[in-house]
Design a protein around this ligand. Structure first.
Ligand SMILES: [Zn+2]
Length: 137
């Protein structure tokens, strides 16, 4: 489900299963589910995607990873985001395993590269915090 920020940006609406993830982001912490056999997984869901076990627990990750791939939006396909173009959207392989998507922030788009070391960035938007990534320090 989606709701909108005061400036019209689409924001996720937490569900009972995703609420701990979004609560963690609000505290500027990256919290994901971890299966005792298969490690961390994303997106939040009721069962491990590998073994379908439901004995997972929430755990905190470092937020560090590397860019697996990225794209740059120069067209502004969503009117709510057109004032932000160009912006880069990256797939990031976290050091702990899972691959997440997020906007690249606080960097020059020309400097973004596959394999680049990044760390989590937290953007507070109204009542929601969005996960992004910036170059690792
Ligand atoms: Zn599992």
């Amino acid at each position: 489900m989606v709701h909108f920020s005061a400036d019209g940006r689409p924001l996720p609406t937490p569900t009972p299963i995703t609420a701990p993830y979004f609560d963690g982001l609000r505290e500027h912490r990256l919290i994901l589910q971890r299966c005792p056999r298969h490690g961390y997984f994303f997106y939040p869901r009721g069962r491990c995607p590998v073994c379908l076990g439901d004995d997972w627990e929430w755990g905190e990750l470092s937020g560090k990873g590397t860019v697996y791939s990225f794209t740059v939006d120069r067209a502004g396909h969503d009117p709510a985001l057109s004032s932000r173009i160009p912006f880069a959207i990256a797939l990031v392989d976290l050091d702990e395993g899972p691959r997440l998507v997020g906007n690249m922030v606080d960097c020059d788009i020309a400097d973004i590269a596959v394999g680049m070391a990044v760390e989590a960035a937290y953007e507070d938007v109204d009542d929601t915090t969005l996960l992004g990534f910036l170059p690792a320090t």
